[in-house]
Design a protein around this ligand. Structure first.
Ligand code: SF4
Length: 474
């Protein structure tokens, strides 16, 4: 860490202390002071409009999102709150983004903002249709390998690491060691929650830089039929424990033709909010793997319902006090597909560097090449050349909504299937998406025409980072 970096971190740290420790004394003034400090450090990295927008939100103390923020501040362990603001806010969003931009220009390739890794393919459960099962149960990234990826990542400006699997908490001791060693990074795990106990909650509160999303598919009957008897109640117990320790957590929900209405209902959302969830990720079901259940793909009407419902949940007027994100319908906020290292990449438990957790193809293994060279592999460069894959960000994916593009990229780059149990050809995978893509295109194009969308993030990084005039893109 350079001296300037240390000084900036110390200044932000002191200001955050002011917000947290004087939480009952003029917290609005302290939050406004924090925005002033961020503006002083980050300057024109963010537009003037963004700083003013943040100030206006803070001034309206009765608004939904300020009440959400105050509740978060009141109920979260102060150390967890501070580490989250410092590592996710200062390191990842500010310092990391600045470094990543320089490196994208220097290396002329995609550099992601976050890396998703599978510490293990092992899981303590055997869920129907889980992709983890495809890799078998014997693959692991060692502590040293995970440490090496993070160390190389930080040099490139990456300060946010997520884990999936397998069940990542099968390796919880190693994950806590990594939180200790890289205490300037934010870590997050997608977990079934069954291995979260009182001791682990204390460890998460002690390090302060580890949060989780619990996987749910619905209520007890649906959840247990897929994940095994007792899994729903264990997830609920895990939430109670984490809430009592003042931790930040949410849910990860795969929506399908069978559960989309249930997992977005008022009752379901009220239940997880009451349990202490601050956010919920929604992931569209993807027909990945030779034995994927294509009938679980949401229908065109269900997807349109999802598009409208998530915006309703998030709405400032009404809605729910939980931050909902839909990985497939929120492309407009991030410029479409974020994979291939554009904003994120996936490294599986065998070390294969894949563009996305749903795209099981690669031409580079992290055990054989550096992280930078994995980012420069032909498949990632093909992503970079073609992103965004569609001008309509409601059709972002080179697989689900534009299957002909992934099929072509796989052929052109020679990337091979990373599925060790049952390798699937690009033709087979993309063939399953064709009908869905054609159906959805009609609704997506209508929605895109009818509704106002964020249009400023259209540009391809390849063009953006040729010159220095486009600093606002990340
Ligand atoms: S490859 Fe598809 S699923 Fe993955 S980030 Fe891109 S759009 Fe999303």
């Amino acid at each position: 860490m350079t001296a300037a970096h240390k000084m900036e971190r110390a200044l932000v740290s002191r200001t955050i202390d002011g917000v947290i420790h004087y939480v009952n004394k003029d917290r609005q003034a302290n939050l406004l002071h924090l925005i002033d400090v961020v503006e002083k450090i980050a300057g024109d990295m963010f537009s003037e409009k963004s700083y003013d927008g943040a100030r206006n939100i803070v001034r309206d103390e009765d608004s939904k999102w300020m009440r959400y923020l105050y509740r978060l501040m009141d109920e979260t362990d102060p150390h967890v709150l501070k580490m989250t603001a410092l590592n996710l806010g200062f390191e990842a969003a500010y310092f990391g983004t600045k470094t990543i931009r320089e490196n994208r220009r220097r290396y002329q390739c995609n550099i992601p903002w976050l890396i998703l890794m599978d510490p293990t393919s092992a899981c303590n459960m055997h869920c129907t249709g889980c992709w983890a099962a495809e890799y078998g149960h014997k693959l692991n990234l060692t502590y040293e390998e995970l440490d090496r990826i993070i160390t190389q990542g930080k040099e490139l400006g990456i300060y946010f690491y997520m884990y999936t699997g397998g069940e990542p908490l099968m390796r919880k001791k190693d994950l806590i060691r990594l939180c200790e060693k890289h205490n300037d990074c934010a870590f997050h795990a997608f977990t079934n929650g069954t291995l979260i106990d009182d001791e682990f909650c204390s460890e998460m509160a002690r390090v302060g830089n580890f949060s989780v999303s619990l996987s749910l598919e619905g209520y007890e009957e649906v959840n247990d039929s897929r994940r095994g008897s007792g899994s729903f109640s264990k997830a609920m117990e895990a939430m109670d424990l984490m809430k009592s320790h003042g931790l930040i957590f949410g849910t990860s929900i795969c929506y399908t033709s069978k559960n989309v209405e249930t997992v977005t209902s008022d009752e379901f959302l009220d239940m997880i909010i009451e349990k202490g969830c601050r956010y919920t990720w929604y992931f569209h079901y993807m027909p990945v793997g030779n034995d994927a259940a294509v009938e679980l793909l949401p229908t065109r009407d269900q997807r349109e319902y999802m598009y409208r419902r998530v915006r309703e949940i998030r709405g400032s007027d009404g809605g729910k006090p939980i931050f909902a994100m839909d990985f497939q319908n929120d492309g407009e906020f991030v410029g479409g597909c974020i994979a291939g290292g554009r904003n994120y990449m996936h490294i599986n438990a065998n070390g294969d560097a894949e563009p996305c957790v749903f795209i099981h193809y690669s031409g580079a293994n992290i055990r054989e090449v550096s992280l930078l060279d994995a980012l420069r592999q032909p498949l990632f460069m093909a992503y970079r050349d073609r992103q965004p894959f569609n001008e309509n960000h409601l059709r972002p994916c080179p697989m689900l909504e534009n299957p002909e593009i992934l099929e072509r990229m796989l052929k052109e780059t020679g990337a091979v299937s990373t599925d060790l149990k049952s390798p699937e050809s690009g033709e087979h995978l993309c063939g399953k998406c064709r009908e869905y893509a054609e159906n959805w295109a009609e609704s997506a194009d209508r929605l895109w025409r009818e509704n106002g969308h964020h249009k400023e993030y259209y540009q391809n990084y390849k063009d953006v980072y040729k010159d220095s005039s486009a600093e606002k893109f990340h």
